[in-house]
Design a protein around this ligand. Structure first.
Ligand SMILES: [Ca+2]
Length: 524
């Protein structure tokens, strides 16, 4: 199973990223990087700084507001975690060992009803990074990049590009956009094919013994990577507990590179936007051995609503999990002991990621930049661990769409109080602009979460999502799903059955009301 070609060292990646920096500058459309805009920017910066200072004075405690760090904009540290459902102690899952993310939640605002806009990596990251709803599919950002090359196309800047244009140094480490590193081409390692042109001053992806970003994306210990064509043969194990060191599985490398970048950026005069993307708990569920220890021999709570839904829904046959990985004849849908084994390995991956989050937060504190850095932790979508008889994502049920979002602002009031407001991923872009005093991106589809950050009891709005076959709208009480053929699902979260019972037939007026609301959201 050892990969055979295209090995590059980390230092080469650093070298190539310098090349990318110059390529990006050359490729930026003139209307986004023109001289007039730069001249205007210096004037705008003063206005923005004044507005930001006034705003932060009201948001922050007096000690934080008088800190020297207010002389520049606050930094952003964005930690993206792949396929992380709210499987965390701070989100109510008691048996999970997640002390570091829990500490972040205790210092900030944990959004317990954050919903992604698309339950798959590429399409969800598109919405987070552009602030706009987009097409469904993992190639959404590459399709956007192609449009940038067209002289007629009008493509608004992405979130990192928006910050970059406003004086931030922007750096991406690991899986931030869909491809770890943000490149396309063979083995996702062609530095001339960018997923997000203009976004990053530096984009880094350590590969180590996994050889290339495609290998690192689906990896296990000892450099094992997922072979191409794994639907039919040469599959890899679905889970694994192996290795003594954190770098014996791949995320340890991403964390180490992220720590170095954080150290470097912390000493810079410029504000920074650093995004670090960890790949676990994405399949295969592999983590170093010690992360399994908290879960050995413990009883897991029963899987809620494990029955396959009847009637037309967005249920699927768990193809990614069942067909692309080895299960040695076992099936968690029919075997409770095997189901728990899978759940334990997912939990171990969560603890592995949590450890790296702890390292990153400790480094931020060590540099002193914790005083002027907004920290965001975002899961790109959820994952069914057997609920509705699904092992995977891609559905439009709660388990696929709900994911953790934590925003911690230095000096914020009521830290540690959770928000139950229904909010969605596209809200992040306007939120970070408001928090840092940047101009609002009027092209973004979301709403700033400043009300919920200031007041944990503030109401939210509705959350819209899509998966290519259907669209869905989550309100505070209901989930309404509309299929392309017009079929409707309606679920009442105030009822004991929640999403285990479609009540659309009984409540046609509610269906019509939510259908109109959904279509209005889809049209925007
Ligand atoms: Ca994902």
């Amino acid at each position: 199973m050892a990969p055979s070609s295209n090995q590059k060292t980390t230092s080469e990646i650093y070298g190539n990223s310098n090349l990318i920096q110059s390529n990006q500058a050359r490729n930026l459309p003139l209307n986004q990087i023109g001289t007039i805009e730069f001249l205007t920017d210096s004037i705008m910066k003063r206005i923005i700084l004044l507005a930001a200072a006034l705003h932060l004075a009201s948001l922050c405690s007096s000690s934080a507001a008088t800190d020297d760090s207010r002389s520049k904009k606050q930094n952003i540290l964005l930690i993206c975690v792949d396929d992380l459902r709210p499987e965390l102690k701070s989100f109510g899952v008691d048996y999970i060992h997640s002390p570091n993310i829990d500490r972040l939640a205790a210092s900030g605002r944990a959004f317990h009803n954050h919903y992604v806009n698309a339950p798959t990596c590429g399409a969800s990251r598109y919405t987070m990074l552009t602030g706009q709803y987009g097409s469904y599919g993992n190639q959404a950002l590459f399709a956007r990049a192609e449009k940038l090359d067209s002289p007629d196309a009008s493509v608004p800047p992405s979130m990192p590009e928006w910050f970059r244009k406003n004086g931030y140094k922007t750096v991406s480490v690991g899986k931030v956009s869909h491809h770890p590193g943000g490149w396309g081409g063979e083995d996702w390692y062609d530095n001339n094919v960018l997923e997000m042109p203009g976004a990053w001053d530096r984009q880094l992806m350590p590969t180590g013994q996994w050889k290339h970003p495609r290998g690192a994306m689906h990896s296990l210990a000892h450099g094992e990577i997922k072979p191409i064509g794994s639907f039919s043969e040469n599959k890899m194990d679905a889970f694994q507990s192996a290795g003594d060191k954190d770098t014996d599985q791949h995320d340890g490398l991403i964390a180490n590179t992220g720590l170095k970048q954080l150290e470097d950026l912390a000493g810079s005069d410029k504000p920074f936007f650093l995004a670090i993307g960890l790949i676990k708990p994405h399949l295969p569920f592999g983590s170093p051995k010690r992360y399994m220890e908290p879960y050995e021999g413990i009883d897991l709570p029963p899987i809620p609503h494990p029955e396959k839904p009847s009637g037309q829904t967005t249920w699927h046959g768990s193809g990614e999990f069942m067909s692309q990985y080895l299960h040695y004849g076992q099936d968690p849908r029919e075997d409770a002991a095997y189901a728990d084994e899978v759940r334990r390995h997912y939990a171990a991956c969560v603890s592995y990621v949590d450890h790296h989050v702890g390292e990153i937060l400790a480094k931020l504190k060590e540099t002193g930049r914790d005083k002027d850095t907004i920290v965001v932790l975002w899961g790109d979508h959820g994952w069914h661990l057997g609920e509705q008889s699904i092992w995977g994502k891609h559905s439009l049920f709660e388990e696929s769409l709900r994911s953790p979002l934590i925003i911690s602002v230095p000096g914020m009031e009521n830290p540690g109080k959770k928000s139950n407001a229904v909010i969605e991923t596209v809200d992040l872009f306007p939120t970070l602009c408001e928090l840092t005093g940047l101009d609002q991106p009027d092209f973004a589809h979301g709403a700033s979460l400043l009300p919920q950050i200031e007041k944990p009891n503030a109401k939210g709005h509705t959350a819209y999502a899509y998966n290519g076959k259907a669209q869905t709208l989550r309100t505070e009480r209901y989930r309404f799903t509309l299929h392309k053929d017009g079929y409707a699902e309606l679920y009442d979260h105030d009822s004991p059955k929640k999403e285990a019972q479609n009540i659309a037939q009984q409540f046609p007026r509610k269906v019509e009301e939510l259908k109109q609301a959904l279509l209005q959201r889809a049209a925007n």
